[in-house]
Design a binder for this molecule. Structure first.
Ligand code: UNU
Ligand code: FES
Ligand code: FE
Length: 450
């Protein structure tokens, strides 16, 4: 595909995207190379691999990887494929091991990825096996941000902290609010959905618009709080349409929230249980993170770390990766987040709320899945695919904020974060390498800033 053709897929200044980007093999192959083999991708949470030899399997784009806690407590990641005749090495989703042994001929690798033992080595290789060259392929960079483990295939990519950039300040609200830190409550749960990976990613990056409409029935059934419950049906009776904040940060990440301190727990069966915990923690959060983020703490919110790591922290507490499995299919991996020092009943309330809303069979999960699926499937149409879609809401209304990082829109309902997501996506597709990306200003071209 030519540069000019790629550049025409996204028109950030007016808020349009070509429908081709959701159903095209050539664009998909380019995404695997220039988005997924270049960006930092979420792998797992440190709490799931606490001890030496603990491992989790993960995906980076379509590449299968093993994420392994080392004897020195560091974390490494390897391509999950045997270096002999290429079979998948480890078939278990997770576990603890002293070695990874291949099903096919029995080659065995240490937890550091080195080739340790080969059946009949002396007899069949007769001293000629170049063992040192046959260790597992390593993921170039692995790093943890406050317990959240990411990997990156590109040795030239910026550090994880630089990649998260302005978004780290917002993430800290959820990952660094209280001294005990975070943990994942088991998982991941997985399911497949016939949709393009970008649709759920941009939805979590900033689609406050769909919540009251798509989820009207689910909100009617479950919402206990008038602020979140009031979103149902998107009537103008409730201030939610203009409340809150919507933020785009550099590198295509997006974030939005209602900053009332409690709306995140509106879907709990007994919000008062978790509300008591939030009230108790709030002075601690203010001490650690200041006024803004102590108000964010507990508020209904959504975010996406580009490209495909999304979350609804606080109350719902769902964290997920939209793994690409072809242009029109994803595998969704879902985890529930808790704070390590939460009382047991609050953890249990969190797990329960997560399951009933955004677990694999969650009411809200099903609502979203249907939209994602049909927005993808319709692009099979030859003529449809030549069309475009619109993300121009709030164009030009975002800007720099005296106290908050990124480009900020007053009011949670906007499409600034979606425009920024597609702008950065397009920059990556066109750029030959990271040095070409680094010089570009992101979301400035959205007309939000001169
Ligand atoms: O769909 C959502 N982004 C959402 C719905 C988030 C929180 C509660 C309900
Ligand atoms: Fe937004 Fe149809 S109204 S996709
Ligand atoms: Fe939704």
């Amino acid at each position: 595909m030519e540069q000019r053709e790629l550049a025409g897929l996204v028109d950030t200044a007016h808020g349009f995207q070509s429908r081709r980007i959701f159903h095209d093999e050539a664009i998909y192959r380019l995404e695997l190379e220039r988005v997924f083999a270049r960006c930092w991708l979420f792998l797992t949470h440190e709490s799931l691999i606490p001890n030496s030899g603990d491992f989790q399997t993960a995906l980076m784009g379509e590449d299968r990887v093993l994420v392994v806690r080392q004897a020195d407590a560091s974390i490494r990641a390897f391509i999950n494929s045997c270096q002999h005749r290429g079979n998948v090495l480890c078939h278990a989703d997770s576990g603890n091991t002293r070695a990874f042994t291949c099903n096919y001929h029995g080659w065995s690798y240490g937890i550091d990825g080195s080739l340790a033992a080969v059946p009949l080595e002396a007899e069949v290789y007769r001293g000629a096996l170049p063992k040192a060259e046959l260790g597992l392929m390593q993921v170039a960079q692995v790093a943890s941000y406050k317990g959240f483990v990411f990997g990156c295939f590109d040795p030239q990519a910026p550090s994880l902290a630089d990649y998260l950039g302005e978004m780290a300040w917002y993430l800290d609200t959820y990952v660094d609010a209280v001294p005990g830190g975070t943990e994942f409550l088991g998982g991941p749960m997985k399911y497949r959905l016939p949709c393009n990976w970008k649709l759920p990613a941009e939805n979590f990056a900033g689609d406050g618009y769909h919540v009251g409409w798509t989820h009207a029935a689910a909100l009617m059934t479950m919402a206990k709080d008038p602020h979140v419950g009031g979103m149902q049906g998107n009537t103008t009776q409730n201030s939610v349409a203009t409340d809150g904040l919507h933020v785009a940060t550099n590198h295509g990440h997006g974030f939005s929230l209602l900053d009332d301190g409690y709306s995140g727990i509106a879907l709990h069966d007994q919000p008062e249980v978790t509300a008591a915990w939030l009230t108790e923690q709030r002075p601690v959060v203010r001490e650690r993170l200041g006024d803004w983020r102590s108000r964010f703490f507990g508020s209904h919110c959504n975010l996406n770390v580009f490209p495909n790591f999304s979350a609804l922290p606080m109350g719902v507490n769902t964290f997920r990766v939209w793994h690409p499995r072809g242009p029109a299919e994803i595998e969704v991996w879902i985890w529930a987040l808790a704070y390590r020092d939460m009382p047991g009943e609050v953890k249990e309330a969190t797990r329960h709320c997560h399951m009933k809303t955004f677990g694999t069979a969650g009411l809200f999960e099903g609502d979203d899945a249907e939209n994602m699926q049909y927005a993808t499937d319709v692009c099979r149409g030859h003529v449809t695919r030549a069309g475009r879609m619109y993300s121009g809401m709030g164009l030009g209304r975002g800007g720099a904020h005296p106290e908050l990082p990124g480009t900020v829109h007053q009011g949670a309902i906007a499409e600034l974060a979606q425009r920024s997501f597609y702008e950065f996506w397009q920059q990556l597709l066109v750029a030959p390498d990271w040095s070409a990306v680094a010089g570009l200003s992101t979301h400035a071209a959205a007309g939000e800033r001169a």
